[in-house]
Design a protein around this ligand. Structure first.
Ligand code: FES
Ligand SMILES: [Fe+2]
Length: 329
């Protein structure tokens, strides 16, 4: 029997593009129902991710501050301090000056494995399996590669629907001309969108679409879903998404938008312009559809499966089917 257990906690997830983090300010973030704090110590120049609970009396460290003198993370409640490894370095209330040095292990905050790569900060949410973490490669995109002529922009946004709904939506290119008419598609030019499944295993679902520009779509569970679209010649444009489970009914998208042409235009286009003109409008276009779709599917799941709740007669829905099967497994 194949081992079908899948541990969502033992995977790498990007928290955010690094350019959106503030090194001067600790920030609380929720992933997989866990609160973590992202912060940068003055000495390391690298982001640390800790469980967002102070070991003293469990106050959120995301409300804390980076101390000007020590560069360590200071809890805002009683001023305990922690270094980049999560080791307690100061207890202002200690009568015995050796209290901290003698009991370092005892007053640690849990530090999680992290990496910085492709402009993203990555975290592994299971502190007890750091060895597995470092042996497992990050789900990086081959399109985020300046040495191959690619340029890209990025964004992160929290969404008011579930991770399942987010993945299903990104795996469904057929909605683009309609839900994103006038922003990223045109409903008058919609046509059949045959999707051919090349591979569908527990580790990877891959599809090819040739109805238009040749497009490769790859899902690497649990979060990495990527499009690589050939525009003819060597020109390629991509959509790299990381779909993050936040909590039931909430998700986060971390996205990168690579292409290997019009590099100069990319340098002239401010990031906020892309966010205003396209990126947020695309996510807004789906929002109300997904919010109610998700509620409806959830209500029906008491009595029926997606197989009868949905009607999926065309090959445009093939990736949705493969993703739902993956969840069922
Ligand atoms: S709860 Fe953090 S110092 Fe008291
Ligand atoms: Fe969409």
């Amino acid at each position: 029997m194949p081992d079908l257990t899948f541990n969502f906690f033992q995977h790498w997830y990007p928290i955010s593009p690094i350019e959106d983090l503030d090194p001067a300010r600790p920030t609380s973030v929720v992933l997989l129902g866990q609160r973590v704090v992202v912060w940068q110590s003055r000495s390391s120049n690298r982001y640390c991710v800790f469980r967002d609970q102070c070991p003293h009396r469990l106050a959120p460290l995301g409300e804390g501050r980076v101390d000007e003198k020590t560069g360590h993370l200071m809890c805002s409640y009683h001023g305990w301090q922690f270094d980049a490894q999560g080791v307690c370095t100061q207890i202002p209330q200690a009568e015995d000056p050796d209290l901290v040095t003698k009991n370092r292990e005892h007053y640690c905050v849990t530090a999680l494995p992290t990496q910085e790569a492709n402009g993203l900060l990555w975290v592994w949410l299971d502190a007890d399996s750091a060895a597995i973490a470092h042996a497992q490669p990050l789900p990086l995109s081959p399109q985020i590669d300046a040495s191959r002529g690619f340029v890209w922009s990025s964004m992160v946004r929290d969404l008011e629907y579930d991770w399942q709904t987010l993945v299903e939506n990104v795996a469904d290119p057929a909605h683009v001309p309609f839900a994103h008419h006038g922003v990223q598609g045109n409903r008058d030019r919609a046509k059949p969108l045959p999707l051919q499944i090349v591979e569908s295993t527990q580790e990877r679902i891959e599809a090819i679409s040739e109805g238009g520009f040749k497009t490769h779509i790859t899902f690497t569970p649990p979060c990495h879903l990527e499009y690589a679209i050939s525009l003819g010649g060597d020109r390629q444009v991509g959509l790299v998404t990381y779909c993050i489970p936040v909590s039931p009914g909430k998700s986060r998208i971390v996205a990168q938008f690579p292409r290997n042409f019009a590099q100069q235009l990319h340098r002239w286009t401010p990031r906020w312009w892309n966010h205003l003109a396209v990126r947020n409008s695309v996510l807004d276009g789906d929002m109300i559809l997904l919010h109610y779709q998700e509620r409806e599917l959830q209500q029906r799941s008491q009595t029926q499966s997606w197989k009868t709740a949905y009607k999926l007669p065309t090959s445009a829905d093939r990736l949705v089917i493969e993703f739902r099967r993956w969840i069922d497994q």
